[in-house]
Design a protein around this ligand. Sequence first.
Ligand SMILES: [Zn+2]
Length: 211
Amino acid sequence: MNLILLGKPGAGKGFIADILKNEYGFYHISTGALLRKNIAEGTQLGQVANGYMAQGELVPNDLVFDMLKDEIGKMKSKNCVFDGYPRSVLQAKSLAGIVNIDSVLFVDVPDDILIERVLSRKTCLACGNLSEIGQKDTVCKKCGGELVTRADDNLEVVTNRLNVYNESTAPLKEFYADKIVVLDNSGSVEQTKQKLNQIISDLLKKYGENI
Ligand SMILES: [Zn+2]
């Protein structure tokens, strides 16, 4: 089964991807990680990408897609979750040309709860460690340093980020309308895990495991 992970910034996609990877053995394809890996390993694609980044330019879509194609060739025999791709209908159409997507998991948190979570997030002054969303810690778990609210996480920035996301994702959600499954992540970690377990076992029954 091949899944796409969608979600607003701060909705907890990383947390869900970790569970899919560690507890269900999904092959996690994150375009951000893929880009960093190609650059670190000095692959041909990585070198070209690095050239763009050194100039302060965005890595072209085609190049990211080529890396994705390479990676998909390696994961043929596994259940797979795509994270960070596609971001547009155009990318979704390209992806459909090389892999069959069974379902799209949308990690959903209502905007007001999301804003509250992001704004309550704190950074350690000493080591830069970010407190977990929803935790009310006053000192850093890693080093005991002082935690402060992040200056760039003000209401306007967060609201703006959400609006941009909601607008750019709307067409994508429409494109995948018959594949979308909503995972409500507004409750506790345990509640989300339970819902996720139910969704994944239903999906695996329906689409089967890749073998
Ligand atoms: Zn710290």
